[in-house]
Structures are given as structure tokens and as C-alpha cells.
Design a protein around this ligand. Structure first.
Ligand code: HAX
Length: 438
């Protein structure tokens, strides 16, 4: 058994025992109550699922196993001469709850290199799609096409016992994470570089090799990629891509089926697609205004015209957060340190000055602050990655780390099939009538 799997096995067994005891002693403890407006309102804030790798606080933002993003940037192992955390380290932390040593991270990088071979038929499946197919659809198809290699599905068919589910899920998770950058880079080079594919450089870490396969060998891109892949990895369990992974996985669909479904959720404009929408929106603004250096007044007018046309301001607002997203702030700090003079980055910062008061003035927006997607596109543009239709794929590669680590835990804790109760409006009206009578 490899060393990460061994560690996970020990932690998971201990926690499964603890959870069993906890449920025996406190299973009937009330942890939340549900309002009618929450049932109609996207189940906002209802505490109703278990997700081990991370926890989101509305004011403070995300913590991964207790560590905030600034803490992770300080404590996680880095590449030689690098300043940003290696996403491999975050994966280790999310899976077993401990900050890994540099040697442990090196082991993980090398393990993923050995698992990174993508079966040829996966590329053929992607090639069968029209070239203009959105890259997120191509990613989802690529992941689905690998499902025939699922260790979980194969062992399940051979009658594996419940106690072995986590083991097979771990194997699928490690294989999937190892292969994803190759698939994503294949889609990128297929769509935008006439299929001129680049071989992996196995001397590089996971994030840097991904940047290399996309065609970017600049140290700045590699560093940003490490940061990007770290901060997008997880945002507790209720967000649409995470929850989709959990729901689909709860039927014992294997990690390939679950992750592919998650990518379809991430591809929505109110979720991960927002990162492409932000750049599209900014580009349209500078084209309309005829300047790459718009004033705050000009941006304000443009924001108001977007709202007047019934559209949302992409990159702003959040279902849980009530402060500027620390993932936005980490990217802002990266830009202040590395690329403070970029025109689009400066526009992103001016938008941060202008949008919150306008959204607040609408009187209905619960969080007027920027989220993670408000910043990433401008940084990618700076480094020459202009193909904004591809940005959500980068998000997807990162998100796999968190949602698959969580799936390992769901299997280890034997969490059951998810099945909340739904009711009809007729049922609601009858309940109201009944309560008025009582
Ligand atoms: N621009 C304009 N209106 C907005 C808004 C924005 N950025 N954010 C919220 N609102 C509106 C909502 O559309 C809603 O209007 P109605 O009552 O007329 O329907 C009202 O304000 C209340 O919404 P809310 O409670 O504040 O926000 P929700 O929890 O319903 O939605 C969203 C959260 C992220 C979907 C929302 O803020 C939004 O659409 N933002 C823009 C898209 C975006 O950036 N998405 C990425 C979010 C982060 C993420 O998941 N990344 O992957």
C-alpha cells in the first residue's frame, strides 16, 4: 500500500469509528431547521451534508482543514525557487488533514507522473466532437471516456465488499487527478493550436507541467498556475460542482461518472463559467468605450447598463460569502507582487472600487463583493492565455482535487445514497392552511 493510502486508511478508519460513536450518542441532535423560503430559495444555508476537506465561513472565507488561504501560501511546500504553494500539498492536506513535508509532496508528484498515461481512445473520443464544442463539454466527455478504466467499477462488478470502496475510490482519484492536466492540455492545443500537442515534462511538478503542456513555460505562468490550482480546489460541499460530485457518487457511481457530472455543473455561468464571462464582459466594455484604461465613472456607467439590460455582473456576489473572497484577494496580491502594471489587471481593481456600492444600492444583492472568478481571467490574459472559453477547464482541473478527496471520505465513512425530501406547492398550501386552523 502506498504511503498516502496507508495514512488515509488509518485516519479514515479512526474517523469512521468516531462518527459511528458520535451518531449513537448524538444522532437525534438538531443541527438546523428549514424555512419555506429556503426550500424555494435553492436550499441556501441549510446545514445538511458532511464534507471533510474544507469549511466555508461567510465572513472569513474558505479554510482547508482549518488553514486559510494566506496560511496555505505560507505553510504548504513550494517548488524550488517558487513562492506559491504546490497544489499537490493541498491535495495531501485535504485527504489526510496534515500539511505534508516537501519529501511527501515530491513523492506525490512522482506518483502522479507514473499514473498520468491517458488511454488513446480518450483522445479519439474528444476528436470526434466538432472543434467548436465548448472546452468544458470536451473535458466532460474526456473524463467520461476514461470510465472504462475505473478501478471502482471493475472491482464492484467483481463483488468487492463495502469496506473496500474507499480503496478503489482512492485509486480512481489518484489516476484521474494525474491524467486530467494531459486531457485539458490536449483540448486546449486541439482547439487553439491546430492540434500541435506538447509532450509532458516529467521533471516538473503537477501545476508547472500543466502550464508546460498548454504551451507556457514562463516561470510567472507556472507560479500563477500553482496558485490558481490551489485556490480553486475546494469550497466546502454545498456548491454546485461539489454537491453534484457528492450526489452522483452517493449512488456508487464511480469517480469518473461523478467528476464528469461535476464538470457539467461547473460549466454554468452562475458557477465556474463566470471566469470566462468576466473577461468577455470586460473585453466588451473596453471595446465599447474604446479604451483599455477606462475611468471609474465610465466603468460605473457600463455596470449600470449591464444591470439595466437584466444581466448579472459576472464575478460579483456569492451564495455564502459576505466579504471579498480571499481567493480574489490572493490573486490581487499575486498581481501586486508580479504584474502591477497590466492594463486589464488595473481595470479589474477599478471594478472592485466601483461595483460593490452599485450592487448594494439595488437593495437585494446579499453580497456585493468580488468572488474568485472576478480576477483570474485578467492574470491569464497577462500571460498570453487569451482563449477565455478555456478558463473554466482550468477551474475544473483544480476542482477535481477537492471533490475527489471528499469522495474518498464519503466512501470511507460509507455515507449513504443522498435523498432529501421534496414537496409540492399544493402540500405547502395545505400545511399553511392547517397551521392557520390550529
Ligand atoms: N449582479 C447582479 N445581480 C446580482 C448579482 C450580481 N453579481 N448577484 C446577485 N444578484 C441578484 C440576484 O440575481 C438576485 O436577484 P433576484 O432577486 O431579482 O433574482 C438577488 O441579487 C439576490 O441574490 P443573492 O441572494 O445575493 O445571490 P444568490 O445566492 O441567489 O446567487 C450568485 C449567488 C453567485 C449566483 C449571484 O451572486 C450571481 O449571479 N453572481 C454573478 C455570477 C457569478 O459571479 N458567479 C460565480 C460565483 C462564484 C462561483 O461559484 N464560482 O465558480
Amino acid at each position: 500500500m502506498d504511503l498516502l493510502k496507508q495514512l488515509f486508511s488509518e485516519k479514515a478508519q479512526a474517523q469512521a469509528k468516531e462518527v459511528k460513536e458520535l451518531l449513537q450518542a448524538h444522532g437525534s441532535m438538531k443541527i438546523d431547521e428549514v424555512l419555506l423560503e429556503q426550500a424555494y430559495g435553492g436550499m441556501r444555508d441549510i446545514t445538511s451534508m458532511i464534507w471533510e476537506p474544507s469549511l466555508l465561513d461567510a465572513e472569513e472565507g474558505i479554510r482547508f482543514r482549518g488553514y486559510s488561504i494566506p496560511e496555505l501560501r505560507e505553510k504548504l511546500p513550494r517548488a524550488k525557487n517558487g513562492k506559491e504553494p504546490l497544489p499537490e500539498g493541498l491535495f495531501w492536506l485535504m485527504l489526510v488533514g496534515e500539511i505534508p513535508t516537501p519529501d511527501q509532496v515530491k513523492w506525490l508528484t512522482e506518483n502522479w507522473v507514473r499514473r498520468a498515461n491517458v488511454p488513446e481512445h480518450v483522445f479519439r473520443a474528444i476528436e470526434s466532437l466538432p472543434i467548436e464544442t465548448h472546452p468544458m463539454t470536451q473535458l466532460s466527455v474526456g473524463i467520461m471516456a476514461m470510465q472504462n478504466t475505473s478501478v471502482f467499477a471493475q472491482r464492484y462488478n467483481m463483488g468487492m465488499t463495502r469496506s473496500e470502496y474507499w480503496d478503489a475510490t482512492y485509486e480512481d482519484t489518484m489516476n484521474l487527478v494525474a491524467r486530467l492536466p494531459r486531457i485539458a492540455a490536449y483540448i486546449f492545443r486541439r482547439c487553439y493550436f491546430k492540434g500541435d500537442h506538447l509532450l509532458p515534462d516529467i521533471s516538473l511538478d503537477w501545476g508547472a507541467n500543466f502550464a508546460h503542456m498548454l504551451g507556457y513555460d514562463d516561470e510567472g505562468v507556472k507560479e500563477y498556475m500553482r496558485l490558481f490550482l490551489t485556490i480553486h480546489a475546494d469550497h466546502e460541499g454545498g456548491n454546485a460542482s461539489a454537491h453534484t460530485t457528492h450526489l452522483v457518487g452517493s449512488t456508487l457511481s464511480d469517480p469518473y461518472l461523478s467528476l464528469s457530472a461535476a464538470m457539467n455543473a461547473l460549466a454554468g455561468p452562475l458557477h465556474g463559467l463566470a471566469n470566462q464571462e468576466v473577461v468577455r464582459w470586460i473585453q466588451k466594455m473596453v471595446d465599447t468605450l474604446g479604451t483599455t484604461k477606462p475611468s471609474r465613472e465610465q466603468i460605473g456607467e457600463y455596470v449600470k447598463s449591464t444591470l439595466a439590460s437584466g444581466r448579472v455582473i459576472p464575478g460579483y456576489g456569492h451564495a455564502v460569502l459576505r466579504k471579498p473572497d480571499p481567493r480574489y484577494m490572493a490573486q490581487k496580491q499575486f498581481c501586486e507582487d508580479n504584474i502591477p502594471d497590466d492594463d486589464m489587471v488595473k481595470v479589474v481593481w477599478k471594478i472592485f472600487d466601483v461595483v460593490p456600492p452599485i450592487l448594494t444600492s439595488l437593495g437585494k444583492v446579499k453580497n456585493p463583493w468580488p468572488n474568485v472568478d472576478a480576477h483570474s481571467g485578467a492574470v491569464l490574459r497577462h500571460y498570453g492565455l487569451n482563449q477565455y472559453n478555456f478558463y473554466t477547464v482550468l477551474f475544473g482541473v483544480s476542482r477535481a482535487l477537492g471533490v475527489l478527496a471528499a469522495q474518498c471520505w464519503s466512501r470511507a465513512l460509507n455515507l449513504p445514497i443522498e435523498r432529501p425530501k421534496s414537496v409540492t406547492t399544493e402540500w405547502v398550501k395545505e400545511l399553511i392552511a392547517q397551521q392557520q386552523k390550529d
